[in-house]
Design a protein around this ligand. Structure first.
Ligand SMILES: [Zn+2]
Length: 111
């Protein structure tokens, strides 16, 4: 079964490991990058999801730890400490990146 990027619809590149399988949108585009980690036993079960959206060069990152029940939002890939932790699963609507961008910025402002 092919897995597709929900943002650009390309087929995701597959990277298998022992207990998990990583899929990502490759090569990364300027405006977004999408990656997910699924269970090796059941590929419909998402363990982690990481999305970068960067319209107008403002990078925004979202990582969802479905396996651990929390999410993270950040803007600077070189600054681990700037990550904002959100203590729940934030379900992103990847069909509306503008709205998602606004939502993520709100988390950054009010943290
Ligand atoms: Zn994509």
């Amino acid at each position: 079964m092919d897995h597709h990027c929900p943002i650009c619809q390309r087929t995701l590149e597959k990277d298998s490991h022992q207990e998990r399988v990583d899929y990502h949108c490759s090569p990364p585009r300027d405006d977004h990058h999408y990656a997910k980690r699924v269970s090796f036993a059941d590929e419909t079960q998402i363990l982690k999801l990481k999305v970068r959206i960067s319209p107008e060069n403002n990078k925004l990152y979202l990582k969802i730890h479905y396996d651990q029940g929390y999410s993270e939002v950040w803007t600077n890939p070189d600054d681990e400490e700037s990550k904002i932790r959100i203590n729940h699963i934030l379900e992103p609507d990847l069909t509306d990146l503008k709205a998602l961008q606004t939502k993520l910025r709100t988390y950054l402002v009010f943290s």
